[in-house]
Ligand binder design. Structure first.
Ligand code: BES
Ligand code: ZN
Length: 874
């Protein structure tokens, strides 16, 4: 908790530290009430520092027990203890400092630093958690070689883990003592420690150069049957990084630990990844296909950080996207290779359009490389992650696959063992390819979503098509008058037969043949296509080639055509979404009807067995309420909800027989496996079921029967959700009770049960959410449970969250205030829906703003919550 107004820190103020830490030796004595941490630091003065410069260490919630400098115990005159700092005087060009601190892991509810989760100890040090363990130069440009000793009760803690290799392990007088040594230097944010009574699932991997690596997943005993999939995903990731990036693993052991209490999804600590149990544990009975795919992606993501993040790390936290944007790009390509590339692209574009564009248009808008922050934890955002990944993806489009690989090879080789900036990454791409990316770098410094407008003119006599594109980027907090960005526009011209026409375009320099990309680099540009024998239909921004909004009038007939014939799967989906969106908007105006020819197209798609079922499922999924909101000038959530429901109902009713037939066709006798073809078929089967339930009572009976007979969570959960959404309250209540009874002993499944209810338009009323918060299955200290109830409510049950009297906002604000003290990171994340008040219709807007003001007036706000609320009210 803070006393004074928190202050921002600025990228422009970056300076190297006065000392480096060559070696860090840590000793942890884990005792019931507290933990003693003794730290030995081998310090070397930075050449750039003044002689006799003080050493300024960061520390938070620490009890300092002793300080010994070069063998001498320091007295209180020789150091200065601040609220969150320790300044030590008298450091030589080389000195050794020994620090002993006492910490209280059992009282640590913020889940940063060393804390207890269930019966075990674990750590979370990114971004600034290490300073809650000991006083340290807790900044990513200080890279050190770590040795860790852990001493704990042998009976309670048979497993004691840290980074690197195990070099000593003994039991002596009931005490278990181990020593781990990590030969790779690393910043403190990658440090990890785990202690517990854990079971382990083991495997091995041989790297491309023949290194034999032991793979181990540690879990609490009851979860040992949920480790197989993550282990397989890990091996696929290791192989993929060798094949696609030439990157090999660099230790003899790689460990993953699953913990129940975790603020984020997972963490890439060197050689010892720590995972939120929801992001690693799965078996067919308890995990859905979606959970399996998330696990595969997260295991890959954290593994890929070993190179993009650990071997080459960030100079400072303003460079966060250097590791996160690049690694999200890498895991997205991996997932695309493992499953359907088009479906993955659709999912990512959906997140950009619903979540990232909203962030860009709101009070927390910031560039991929921010200029300032108050609390770094607030900057693990969709902009840093997903927009950062899109920016890397555009480099990939611009340079091509081989050019990009040359650039990444140079980057890893040039900067191995260093802490670098985003521009070092771009520089390597430039140097390896001999290109000038000066213009491109604007993507990193300008916040906001560019808007591209399109106009075209076809001249039949000259067989010429003129395409004029303009771009502008709206103002964002602290930024106006933005410059044009380098926007790759992947496109096709489609003839009446549905085939792509050959492209001859001027200026030729603006066209990359191999990736079919136009380069829009100015505020306005006209491209002239010649030898265009017929008036083509335009397919623009194929594969979502840039994270921009596009203003382009295309007729409903053109969209219907693209939905059926575009050779680019992403644009087929996009055309469909634009159609569906126009219907939802029409329904809001009270004039929507489903035209027969449209119905026919949908019917054909449903019956087309040559298409990937998962793709058909995407094509027939309505834009979410959040998606519709993001495409509306003024957001009226209740009207959007009603309109979307009407369109959904119309499609369900008019195609009910087709949905039933599709559902029946996709029934399978094969035993469940989380593999791509099966997952794809199930996604369409369960989409068809959801529509069928809405369109006929036979569908409802079928859903109940699927619920009863399912042998896997995907089908059980899909049936449960379909019944909950059917509006048959009695049936829903019965199945929900049955489900809870079946699964009450499995925390991860119970969380799914909580979130189905809290996120449901049928059930998620404010009073009901209050009941869920009082349920024995709920626990305020567990972030997964908070997300399952409050996250689901505020982000999915929009018609209840936006209740006309503001009770939904009040509920969320109360939760934020409650969590502000115990877990500020979670409190700040929960706030996001309340930051969007400016976009809402006036009455709701006022109510939401009032809740933010109420939070602001609360006494001791954490930095995390203070930053989000204060910026939202400017
Ligand atoms: N380094 C992060 C985890 C992290 C973030 C720890 C912020 C502490 C503070 C990790 O690599 C990560 O990005 N995890 C993501 C999942 C990933 C698949 C995008 C997460 O935890 O959500
Ligand atoms: Zn990451």
């Amino acid at each position: 908790m803070r006393d004074a107004q928190p202050t921002a820190i600025y990228l422009k103020d970056y300076q190297q530290p006065d000392y480096w830490i060559e070696r860090t030796e840590l000793t942890f004595e884990l005792q019931d009430e507290y933990t003693l941490v003794t730290t030995l630091l081998d310090l070397v003065r930075n050449d750039q520092a003044a002689d006799g410069a003080d050493l300024l260490l960061a520390g938070q919630d620490l009890e300092l027990i002793s300080l010994v400098l070069d063998g001498q115990t320091l007295t209180t005159e020789q150091y200065e203890l601040g609220d969150e700092s320790l300044t030590v005087k008298g450091i030589q060009q080389r000195s050794q400092l020994a620090i002993t601190t006492r910490i209280y892991p059992a009282k640590n509810t913020a889940l940063e630093g060393l804390y207890r989760s269930g019966g075990m100890y674990c750590t979370q040090c990114e971004a600034e958690g290490f300073r809650r363990i000991t006083y340290y130069l807790d900044r990513p440009d200080v890279m050190s070689v770590f040795t860790t000793h852990i001493i704990a009760d042998a009976a309670q803690f048979p497993v004691l883990l840290s980074n690197g290799n195990l070099i000593a392990d003994s039991v002596d007088n009931g005490l278990h003592k181990v020593t781990w040594h990590d030969p790779h230097k690393k910043p403190a944010y990658l440090f990890a420690l785990v202690a517990g009574d854990l079971r382990v699932k083991e495997d091995r991997f041989t790297t491309m150069n023949g290194r034999d690596v032991a793979l181990k997943i540690f879990v609490e005993p009851q979860n040992i049957d949920k480790t197989d999939y993550a282990l397989d995903a890990l091996k696929r990731s290791m192989r993929w990084d060798e094949e696609v990036y030439g990157r090999e693993y660099d230790l003899d052991i790689f460990m993953i630990v699953a913990v129940d209490d975790f603020n984020m999804g997972a963490m890439e600590n060197k050689g010892l990844n720590i995972f939120n149990s929801s992001c690693v544990l799965a078996n067919p009975a308890t995990a859905t296909d979606a959970a399996y795919q998330r696990i595969e992606a997260i295991v890959a993501h954290e593994y890929f950080h070993n190179w993009s993040g650990n071997r080459v790390t960030c100079r400072d936290w303003f460079q966060l996207s250097l590791k996160e944007g690049f690694t999200v790009f890498r895991d997205a390509c991996f997932s695309a290779d493992m499953n359907s590339a088009t479906v993955k692209r659709i999912e990512d574009a959906n997140i950009m359009r619903t979540v990232q564009f909203a962030e860009d248009g709101g009070p927390m808008a910031h560039p991929v490389q921010p200029d300032s922050f108050i609390e770094i934890s607030n900057f693990y955002t969709v902009t840093i992650y997903e927009k950062g990944a899109e920016v890397v993806g555009m480099l990939h489009k611009i340079l091509g696959k081989d050019g990009f690989r040359k650039g990444s090879d140079l980057y890893f080789d040039r900067h191995d063992g260093q802490a670098v900036t985003i521009y070092d990454f771009v520089q390597a791409m430039e140097d390896a390819n001999g290109v000038d990316l000066t213009l491109f770098k604007r993507w990193y410094k300008q916040a906001g979503t560019p808007l591209v407008t399109v106009s075209s003119e076809y001249d039949a006599d000259a067989q010429q098509l003129r395409l004029t594109l303009t771009q502008r980027c709206p103002d964002t907090p602290g930024q106006s008058n933005k410059l044009p960005q380098w926007i790759p526009v992947q496109l096709g011209l489609i003839g009446a037969n549905g085939k792509d026409l050959a492209i001859h375009v001027e200026p030729a320099s603006a066209w990359t043949e191999s990736s079919q990309v136009l380069h829009l680099t100015e505020a306005e540009q006209t491209f002239v296509f010649s030898d265009v024998a017929e008036q083509p239909r335009l397919s623009l921004f194929r594969d979502f080639s840039a994270p921009v909004k596009v203003e382009f009038e295309q007729s409903a007939d053109d969209l219907l055509f693209l939905l059926q014939y575009d050779s680019d799967g992403f644009n087929r989906w996009d055309a469909g979404q634009r159609l569906l969106l126009s219907w939802i908007n029409a329904a809001q105006q009270g004039n929507f009807e489903l035209r027969p020819e449209v119905r026919e197209v949908f019917a054909r798609l449903l019956a087309d067995e040559s298409l990937d079922p998962a793709m058909v499922s995407c094509l027939l999924t309505l834009p979410s309420e959040a998606y519709v909101a993001e495409f509306s000038a003024e957001v009226d959530p209740l009207a959007i909800h009603a309109a979307r429901k009407q369109v959904h109902q119309a499609i369900a009713e008019s195609l009910s027989e087709e949905f039933a037939a599709c559902y029946q066709r996709l029934q399978s006798e094969a035993p469940y496996a989380p593999e791509p073809a099966q997952m794809s078929a199930r996604s369409l089967k369960n989409l068809a079921l959801a529509y069928w339930v809405k369109g006929s009572t036979v569908g409802l009976q079928q859903a109940v029967s699927q619920y009863r007979s399912a042998d896997n969570m995907t089908d059980q959960m899909a049936a449960l959700v379909a019944v909950v959404n059917s509006g048959d309250a009695a049936q829903a209540e019965q199945l929900l009770a049955d489900f809870y009874q079946q699964w009450s002993q499995d925390a991860l499944v119970v969380n799914q049960w909580l979130s189905v209810q809290a996120g449901s338009a049928e059930l998620g009323k404010v009073e009901f959410i209050q009941q869920l918060l009082a349920h024995t299955a709920f626990d305020w200290r567990n972030p997964n449970k908070v997300r399952s109830v409050l996250g689901a409510f505020a982000n999915q049950a929009l018609c209840h969250f936006h209740r006309e009297d503001g009770a939904g906002y009040r509920l969320l604000a109360d939760a934020v205030l409650r969590l502000n003290d115990s877990n500020p990171q979670i409190a700040a994340r929960l706030l996001t829906p309340l930051t969007k008040w400016r976009r809402l219709v006036p009455q709701l807007s006022e109510l939401m703003k009032a809740e933010l003001q109420r939070i602001m007036q609360h006494g001791a706000l954490s930095k995390d919550v203070y930053e989000v609320v204060s910026k939202s009210l400017i």
